[in-house]
Design a protein around this ligand. Sequence first.
Ligand SMILES: CC(C)(COP(=O)(O)OP(=O)(O)OC[C@H]1O[C@@H](n2cnc3c(N)ncnc32)[C@H](O)[C@@H]1OP(=O)(O)O)[C@@H](O)C(=O)NCCC(=O)NCCS
Length: 168
Amino acid sequence: MSGKIIRPITPADRPAILDLNTRAFGEPDEAQMIEQMEKDKDIVLQLAAEMDGQIVGHILFYALGVFGRIGAVGLGPMSVDPWVQKEGIGKMLVNTGIKVLRQGGVSIVFVLGHDWFYPKFGFSTEQAADFKTTLTGPHFMALRLRPGPPMSGRLIFPAAFGVPIAEV
Ligand SMILES: CC(C)(COP(=O)(O)OP(=O)(O)OC[C@H]1O[C@@H](n2cnc3c(N)ncnc32)[C@H](O)[C@@H]1OP(=O)(O)O)[C@@H](O)C(=O)NCCC(=O)NCCS
């Protein structure tokens, strides 16, 4: 992995990160979500992958509420520059992010994403099953980092996701 580093983002990275997300997803929706989460102060961690001085990858973690309980963390969006995908950068970003969250004492991380990607890091639908949300299906997964709360509850996503809270 020589020449590639993972580091926290700086304010100067912002235009490159928004551009990267737009190119990687082929649409501006995710970049707009990032801008809204920034505005709403929902973001807990953002990391950039840098190669030869250029930002080629980005991962974002956000505060995920759990109704009436200690909150959790959600992952996404994340993106790798289409020119350098499948070279291990996505894996470096997820592994570094998870390591930082684990060191910070986070109990559980949720993700809404590719079912061919996140299970590689231990995410599964089973670990999300005790939490109530209007999201269903194989793309909604969780990864428990340590035992302890929250163990269940209704999830409250940032407004940027537009996910309604499940009925009791
Ligand atoms: C998903 C994404 C972040 C992966 O980043 P990446 O740097 O290409 O991933 P890596 O090279 O670290 O690959 C990690 C693993 O995923 C696999 N993988 C990567 N892209 C894949 C693809 N398109 N289809 C199938 N498997 C893929 C790799 O083969 C590797 O598997 P292995 O560990 O078993 O060898 C990147 O493809 C991307 O930015 N896509 C567009 C935006 C997006 O979909 N973001 C995620 C939203 S949930």
